[in-house]
Design a protein around this ligand. Sequence first.
Ligand code: HEM
Length: 520
Amino acid sequence: MASLLRHYSSSVPKPSSTLNPLVDIPIPSFFTSTTSKQASWLYTTLALVAALLVLEQSVYRYKKKHLPGARWTIPLIGKFADSMKPTMEGYMAQWNSGALSAISVFNIFIVMASSNEYSRRILNSPNHAEPCLVHSAKQILMPDNWVFLNGRSHVEYRKILNALFTRKALSIYIGIQDAITRKHLNEWLANAAKDPSPQSIMMTARNLNMHASLRVFCGNHIPEHGAVEISEKYWDITQALELVNFPLAIPGTKVYRAIKARKVASKWLELAAARAKVAIAEGAEPECMLDEWVKEMQAPGYKGRKDFSDREMAMVVFSFLFASQDAMSSGLIYGFQHLADHPDILAKIREEQYRVRVNDVDKPMTLEMLEEMPYLKAFVKESMRVKPPVTMVPYKTTKAFPISPDYTVPVNSMVIPSFYNSLHDPEVYPDHDKLLPERWLDAKSSANTNPKNYLVFGSGPHKCIGIEYAQMNMALVLATASVLADWEHHITPESDKVQIIATLFPKDGCLLKFTPRPRP
Ligand code: HEM
């Protein structure tokens, strides 16, 4: 550093009018003052920077107190580099370093909670902490999206949206999901017949989910090319969902591309909301979630708000897509991989399917049929326990949060409850790394008697609103695939490794080879 300074001062210009024509231009005295003045300016600046760096470290150390975590934080960026390429191993090391541990990224002080007790405390302390999603989420979802509400206004809004997930509503959705699933599975089989080499299902499963969700939410109020456009652009949104992202939405950044994608999606979703209102006003029966919402508002006994603008409805649907697309894709992809790797479990699922369907594999799934498939439902639950799609959700403290007897999280910190350790607690889930659907079939099992550990969908006032819908969709897709197709897993050294793209995915993208399954 000193030699750099020396070099800098020795290179102070010694202008020669013969060499440099610019010397005749009047230069402010600020630049032309003496060398000692320049040096003092430089030293002052350096002293200031050094003081800020010391302050940064002191604040970090003061907030961290005795919590495990790096003793010093990298100036300005903290652990930004790690958060750009998160790994499961990195997270595990952090979680296993303590029930509470500290890091800093871009001067955001972060407390990670890994135990069930602390994770649940964060999720269930609305007076001290509220979800902050990732920083980019507000830019992508729009700051006035309902998902950013908290407290009473959040509870009130959510009450209205609960009406979109009643049994009556789900019975409309399941028919749509069944039809879309069969269409996609048939395409998968047709493509596999043309090219029998194993193919990654990362994009095909995502497309299935997106198509099913769009039709469930918007019915036929969006034209096919609109649905395709949303689906194609949506990947830009997923990529902008890293825990910490480059903060400015400038051209070329992921957040910038995600905002552009949202604008495309919003245009179609607003159109769908407007069309749903027209359809129901003309007397149509509800065929999708938006229809159901409009119809619900017209019911004589309905006492809630009736004036949802097209934009507001579109933002709600977008929040559902946003919250569900990656998590459902992750759940589904691991569902396929787990079944391929456990033929004994797949055989039991098929046995149940043939029995309930009375060997009629073309029969569309209904809610009543699903209720008769406990093994399938246990598998879905277990598959997401072993590989939880969402491993953590960022919250932020709205006031100093005395989370434990000896530690208070400072106000305006990020607190991140993580679910992995709860879902792999060997006391609650013996053989915790093993996929054992049976653990959910015994009402007295430790898995069933400790529901507080099953944090796949979170807990507290912001617990996932789409639980029933998500589980129904996963069960339906896997069940239908099990009777229409066989699939082989092409195992690679990366198959059991995890990549984190907002949610968890097999690192090799899950390479499967599908073939049609003979009918019983
Ligand atoms: C396998 C699929 C899914 C998983 C694993 C999942 C997981 C989660 C988790 C962990 C949370 C945060 C809970 C908390 O803070 O306590 C959440 C919130 C949420 N989820 Fe899901 N989710 C899934 C599917 C869905 C679906 C299908 C929808 C909508 C149709 C949905 C809509 C939402 C919404 C709107 C929230 C925020 C709720 C609020 O703030 O009140 N999710 N989800």
